[in-house]
Design a binder for this molecule. Structure first.
Ligand SMILES: NC(=O)c1ccc[n+]([C@@H]2O[C@H](COP(=O)([O-])OP(=O)(O)OC[C@H]3O[C@@H](n4cnc5c(N)ncnc54)[C@H](O)[C@@H]3O)[C@@H](O)[C@H]2O)c1
Length: 259
């Protein structure tokens, strides 16, 4: 079990799904956690239940990021871990909407999933550089198997997640070249039993059963299984892992599509 004792972590999108499971896991592993989310009621309830701190955040509000990070530092004295988990789908393929609706959906999903992640990395690195004892930190960004095998039904989501993979590598290598002990890695979840997929099932009945079959394990992930990979990359267990990617997809992308 990764040891996060004494580490200070910021987890976005903490009110639901993978973010909530990550907050639970980090607290169990000994971290002090600031959870953030747009959803104040569910986010604050989850954090109160497990002993984490909570603040409302829209991750796409890039100007607000330094103040959010400052809250963790003010409360706990440093920032060791950032998990850029908050995300949304846009639900539209390239030709599905008129121009106005299409570009509005595209701009929003890119602002949350990509610019929000980039702004988070930037603000976290600035704080991690000032950590007592010297620069140190671990950033974990959450992509998706749609970054590798994209959804024809969601061009914005797939493109944003593809970009998150490359963003993580650029951040990782910038930090390494700058001589900073700040790692940046990506977790690539497959279909996971969360609010996001429950919403998709309401739009597309039968989706959950269909995506379960894409894994040779024939099921979705429990969010705690994704959180386990996040906790490992956030810990000191893997100091030589930076710019790396961990698939948590139940083997879905490891099997020939004919089987
Ligand atoms: N569930 C899956 O099958 C799956 C698969 C691959 C990747 N992912 C990714 O995992 C991450 C977590 O998704 P989930 O499945 O737990 O979804 P979820 O919908 O259960 O949780 C997402 C959380 O993010 C919050 N959020 C959304 N927009 C926000 C914003 N602008 N600012 C702050 N918070 C915001 C929501 O309020 C919600 O609490 C996302 O990045 C998602 O793309 C999920």
């Amino acid at each position: 079990m990764p040891n996060l004792a004494g580490k200070v972590a910021l987890v976005t999108g903490c009110a639901s799904g993978i973010g909530a499971a990550t907050v639970r896991r980090f607290i169990a592993d000994g971290a002090k956690v600031l959870g953030t989310d747009l959803d104040e009621a569910r986010g604050s309830a989850l954090c109160a239940e497990v002993g984490a701190m909570f603040t409302v955040q829209d991750v796409s509000d890039r100007a607000a990021w330094p103040a959010i990070v400052a809250k963790a530092v003010a409360a706990f004295g440093r920032l060791d871990i950032l998990v850029n988990n908050a995300g949304m789908v846009s639900g539209a393929g390239i030709g599905d909407l008129d121009d106005e609706a299409m570009f509005a959906a595209w701009d929003q999903v890119l602002a949350v999933n990509l610019t929000g992640t980039m702004a988070g990395c930037r603000a976290a690195i600035a704080a991690m550089r000032e950590n007592p004892g010297g620069p140190k930190g671990a950033i974990v960004n959450i992509a998706s198997t749609t970054a590798i095998a994209p959804l024809p039904t969601d061009v914005g989501y797939s493109a944003s997640k593809g970009a998150v993979r490359v963003l993580s590598k650029s951040v990782a290598t910038w930090c390494a070249k700058a001589g900073l002990d700040i790692r940046c890695n990506t977790v690539i979840p497959g279909a996971t039993q969360t609010g996001m997929i429950a919403d998709a099932e309401r739009r597309i009945p039968g989706l959950i059963a269909a995506v379960a079959k894409t894994s040779p394990l024939n099921r979705l992930a429990d969010p705690s299984e994704t959180a386990a990979a996040i906790a490992f990359l956030a810990s000191d267990e893997c100091p030589f892992m930076t710019g790396a990617e961990m698939l948590v997809d139940g083997g879905a992308l490891s099997i020939h599509p004919g089987f």
